[in-house]
Design a protein around this ligand. Structure first.
Ligand SMILES: Cc1cc2nc3c(=O)[nH]c(=O)nc-3n(C[C@H](O)[C@H](O)[C@H](O)COP(=O)(O)O)c2cc1C
Length: 153
């Protein structure tokens, strides 16, 4: 099965998860790049506001077409119980090309379920598998939870 992982990460947590999944599945990977639009404390506020109000922002052109993959795994941080705007933009640009979709989110403590529902709604597909990892999970054995997710794929 050919797998693409498309993720956005502002501070590295979602990226860390994406890299582990990539290694486990020997998948291709695409980093969603918003040009550091949400850097620093002002960026944090702006990010939360844009996420919760559904404002999108431009992302750099992506390289890999999900149409050429059996499964696209989308990864996003939870921002105000919502997808990061760059991820929503990515989904909007690629929605027609997803064969199957699975998703994972990284959060501090909550909002993961709502964010995964948003992901599924925006993709117009049920997620084949989903995973929520919070800040406590990030300190523990990530591989165990990630493997449970991978086994559902
Ligand atoms: C703008 C913004 C809003 C956030 N909102 C939430 C939230 O609603 N719930 C939560 O548990 N964590 C929230 N967080 C924390 C992030 O989801 C968490 O730190 C995540 O692991 C960051 O992933 P990253 O390192 O890949 O950027 C928020 C972070 C940012 C920047």
């Amino acid at each position: 099965m050919k797998v693409l992982i498309a993720y956005y990460s502002r501070t590295g947590n979602t990226e860390k998860i994406a890299e582990i999944i990539k290694d486990e599945l020997n998948a291709d990977i695409e980093r969603i790049d918003d040009g550091d639009k949400y850097k620093g404390p002002i960026g944090y506020m702006k990010g939360g506001f844009n996420a919760v109000t559904g404002r999108l922002n431009e992302i750099k052109p992506t390289e890999k077409n999900p149409l050429h993959y059996d499964l696209t795994i989308i990864g996003s941080p939870v921002w105000a119980s919502s997808l990061a705007p760059g991820v929503s933009q990515y989904i909007r640009q690629n929605r027609k090309n997803f064969t199957n979709v699975a998703g994972f989110v990284s959060c501090g403590s909550g909002g993961g379920e709502k964010t995964l529902k948003q992901m599924s709604d925006e993709c117009g597909k049920q997620l084949k598998a989903s995973l929520i990892l919070n800040s406590e999970d990030m300190k523990s054995d990530l591989n165990k939870k990630i493997n449970t997710f991978i086994n559902k794929i």
